[in-house]
Every structure is written in structure tokens, then in C-alpha cells.
Design a protein around this ligand. Structure first.
Ligand SMILES: [Fe+2]
Length: 441
């Protein structure tokens, strides 16, 4: 049967009572609830004739970026396919997008979500999935396009507009349009107080503009705000820690890492990446992170096999190198080289452009050749965006390059790179310090 959500978008269910549960699961996804997959599982157990339930399940499993989840994602796709006869045209396109994503055709999936949103601009599921997968394309111009499109077709009166403003904020922030981005993100957080992404996108604006104290204040949320969230909560904590680091409060930052960021169990790829990139920053700032690297590398070694996302692999390379695990680094380097050579996908191309040269640079650094590492990174630095993620996340590679230059003793190169960095981020206390060490007052 056909059911309509609060935005007037049609969906299909087997039972009338399933509609509310499907929309609750979608809301759970939109607000990063940790129990969304469980909710979906119960719904699909009671009513398996819900195409969007299987579609969302497939999407969520692919978002984990774990090869172990691929069989279940394929099964979800197969279950959705079997319901194709009953599905709406938009749901049928979602099934095709899920298939494209399963086939590692990231750009093909984007085009299918484009098609859905051209005819059904208020399909928030399509918008959300498209936005988050586009975050990993390393194409700020594309993210910017999505923002412009959405703002033309949504206004405050459409339920869920706050989510859209939060995504538009992120798209504009990555394009450097900070003032407009912040206004939208703040409006998004007002309209949807439960939307972590609006909070997150405004945090990105403040980080990009070096407004550290404002950023710390912005992250203060009502008690209970963080409860029941999935990995995005950890990412928001990372942003909070980043404000401490950028302000030069390293003791607090390290303490914050130990209390809030250090994983107690096998982390998801996003939390792992956050931890790695945070510790790299602290090391470059002169804070010895000691056995924290060894602990993280244990999880990193679990991520060596199976290529699904170059962004994840970049951070795995970093943790293995920082922990001094030459054997693990070599294994992942070889795997990435084969993936880049044999693969046809957008991600395999990213592996060739960023993962492979980064792996070579990290090996050179481990072999005591920071100048060689700097050369390798200099040759590939303008390809860094291909790794995907946000500017703040990719920043770790620029910081690591600066560190290689400093370690090589090349003062003029170090000074040049620091000037370039500080021109973009003049309030960065850690990089101001690095520069002052090179140029005594
Ligand atoms: Fe972020």
C-alpha cells in the first residue's frame, strides 16, 4: 500500500501500521540514532514488504564501510529488488542506486539520486544519502551544487527543512562561503534541535575560521543531547577536541582524547580516522602520544584487508606508520597499489592518487628519509582532496607534510609551507608555534 510522509513523498509498505515505523527509522537515520538498524530489523521482521526498509538497511550497511557488511547489504538489495513490482518510481530508483553503490559505482549512484531529487525534491532519504556519500567524493564543487539545488526547493514550512539547511551549510562551508553557511547551519539547528549535522556543520565553519572559543561554546548542548547517538557523536567530540588543539591547549586536548576519544573497543572507521588524525596533530605539536599509537594500530591492523574506502585507508596507513608497524604498512601499501592498478572505481582512482603516494612517503619517513617523504607529498598534495572527507579531515595530510619538511631540516621549505597554511588558517596556534620556532623573534 502507498503511504505518504510528512513531506508528501510516497512510500510503500505491506501493512498500514508499518508507515510510522518506517518514518521513525528514517528519522533515526537522519538524527544519527545508534539503534536505527535494530529498529529497521524489527520492522522488516514484522512486515518484510517495505522496499524502503530494505533500501535503508542496505544504505546503512554500506555506510559502515566494512567489507564484512557487504553480504548483508547485498541481501538487503535482493530483498528490495523482489519488491520492485510494488514500489514507487522513486523507490525503484533507490534500489538502482543501492546496486550502483554495491558495485562501487559512486558516481553512478550519485546520478540516480540526482534523478530521484529532480522529480521528488523532498525525498529527504535521497538527499541525506547523496550528501553523505558526496562527502567522500572529495569534490567541494559537487557538494556546493547539492546545496544550491536544495535551497531552491525547500523552505521553513517543509517538515525536515532543518536537516536540509544543515547539509547546505556543510556544502557552503566546504566551498569557503562561511557567513552564509553559518546562517543556514544555525537555522537548521533551530528548526531541528536533534540534528547533529547542523551542529556539526556550524562547528566546521568555526574551525575553518579559527574561532576556537566560540566553537567550544557552540558544542555545549543540553544534557541528553548526545545520548543514543551512533558514531557521529564521536566525530562531534573530535571537533570539540580540535578546538582545544587549535587553541594550543595540548594538555587538555590529550586528556580529552583519553577521556572521550580513545576507543574502548574496535572502532568504526570514522572514529578510528578521528583518533588517528587527532594524535598526528598532537605529535606534530610536540606532544608524545606514546603507547596510544600501539593501541590504535591494533585496530588499524584489522582494517588492512579489504578495500572499500580510500579515506579509511589513508588513516590506516597513518596509524600503522606512526606505530612503527613496517610489516603492516607494507601489506597495506601493496594492497592499495593492486587496488589502484586493477580497480575501475572512483575510489580505486583515489587510492592511486592519494593512498599509494602517501604510503610511499610514510615508508620513506620510517626509513629515516623525511626529505624524501616531503618530496613525495609535495608531488601529490593538490590531489589530497581525492581522499574525500572534509577540509578539516584532509588537513591532517598538510600538517604531516609540514612536519616532514621540518624534520628534514629544510627551513626555507618549512617556512614556505607554514606561510601557506597560516594564510588559510591564521589563528592556528600549533602552526604559529612551528613558524616561530623557525623564525626566532
Ligand atoms: Fe566534521
Amino acid at each position: 500500500m502507498r503511504v505518504s510522509d510528512s513531506r508528501g513523498v510516497n512510500w510503500t509498505t505491506g501493512e498500514e501500521a508499518s508507515a510510522a515505523r518506517l518514518f521513525a527509522a528514517m528519522d533515526g537515520y537522519f538524527t544519527f540514532r545508534a539503534d536505527t538498524l535494530d529498529q529497521l530489523g524489527k520492522l522488516l521482521e514484522d512486515d518484510p514488504n517495505v522496499p524502503a526498509g530494505w533500501i535503508l538497511r542496505g544504505y546503512l550497511l554500506l555506510f559502515s564501510r566494512r567489507t564484512a557488511d557487504l553480504p548483508a547489504a547485498r541481501e538487503a538489495h535482493a530483498r528490495a529488488c523482489a519488491l520492485d513490482w510494488s514500489a514507487t518510481p522513486a523507490e525503484q530508483l533507490h534500489v538502482q542506486a543501492l546496486k550502483a553503490w554495491l558495485d562501487a559505482d559512486a558516481l553512478g549512484a550519485q546520478r540516480i539520486w540526482d534523478a530521484i531529487l529532480t522529480d521528488t525534491p523532498h525525498d529527504l532519504l535521497a538527499m541525506r544519502v547523496q550528501h553523505f556519500t558526496a562527502m567522500m567524493l572529495g569534490r567541494p564543487d559537487y557538494l556546493r551544487t547539492l546545496a544550491g539545488r536544495s535551497l531552491a526547493t525547500w523552505d521553513d514550512a517543509v517538515p525536515g527543512a532543518g536537516f536540509v539547511y544543515g547539509m547546505a551549510c556543510m556544502g557552503l562551508e566546504e566551498a569557503g562561503e562561511y557567513a552564509r553557511a553559518e546562517a543556514l547551519g544555525r537555522r537548521g539547528a533551530e528548526l531541528e534541535p536533534d540534528d547533529l549535522w547542523s551542529v556539526h556543520s556550524v562547528a566546521h565553519v568555526m574551525e575553518a575560521e579559527g574561532r576556537m572559543m566560540e566553537g567550544l561554546a557552540w558544542m555545549e548542548r543540553p544534557s541528553g543531547f548526545w545520548e543514543g547517538r551512533g558514531p557521529m557523536r564521536h566525530h562531534l567530540l573530535w571537533h570539540e577536541a580540535l578546538f582545544l588543539y587549535e587553541a594550543g591547549r595540548y594538555d587538555h586536548a590529550l586528556d580529552y582524547y583519553d577521556r572521550w576519544l580513545a576507543p574502548a573497543e574496535m572502532p568504526d572507521y570514522l572514529s578510528m580516522s578521528d583518533c588517528v588524525s587527532f594524535l598526528v596533530r598532537l605529535e606534530v605539536a610536540g606532544v608524545a602520544c606514546c603507547d596510544r599509537w600501539g593501541v590504535l594500530a591494533e585496530s588499524g591492523r584489522e582494517m588492512i584487508d579489504g578495500r572499500v574506502l580510500t579515506f579509511k585507508d589513508v588513516h590506516t596507513l597513518l596509524v600503522l606508520a606512526m606505530a612503527g608497524d613496517r610489516e603492516g604498512l607494507q601489506r597495506l601499501s601493496a594492497s592499495l597499489a593492486g587496488y589502484a592498478h586493477d580497480g575501475q572505481s572512483f575510489d580505486a582512482e583515489a587510492a592511486g592518487r592519494v593512498g599509494v603516494p602517501l604510503a610511499a612517503a610514510l615508508r620513506a619517513r620510517l626509513d629515516g628519509d623525511p626529505a624524501g617523504a616531503a618530496d613525495l607529498l609535495l608531488a601529490t598534495r593538490f590531489a589530497f582532496p581525492h581522499m574525500g572527507g572534509s577540509k578539516a579531515q584532509r588537513d591532517v595530510l598538510d600538517i604531516y607534510l609540514i612536519n616532514c619538511a621540518i624534520a628534514s631540516g629544510n627551513i626555507s621549505l618549512s617556512r614556505r609551507l607554514l606561510h601557506e597554511y597560516l594564510d588559510l588558517r591564521p589563528n592556528s596556534v600549533p602552526m604559529q608555534e612551528r613558524l616561530s620556532e623557525l623564525v626566532p623573534a
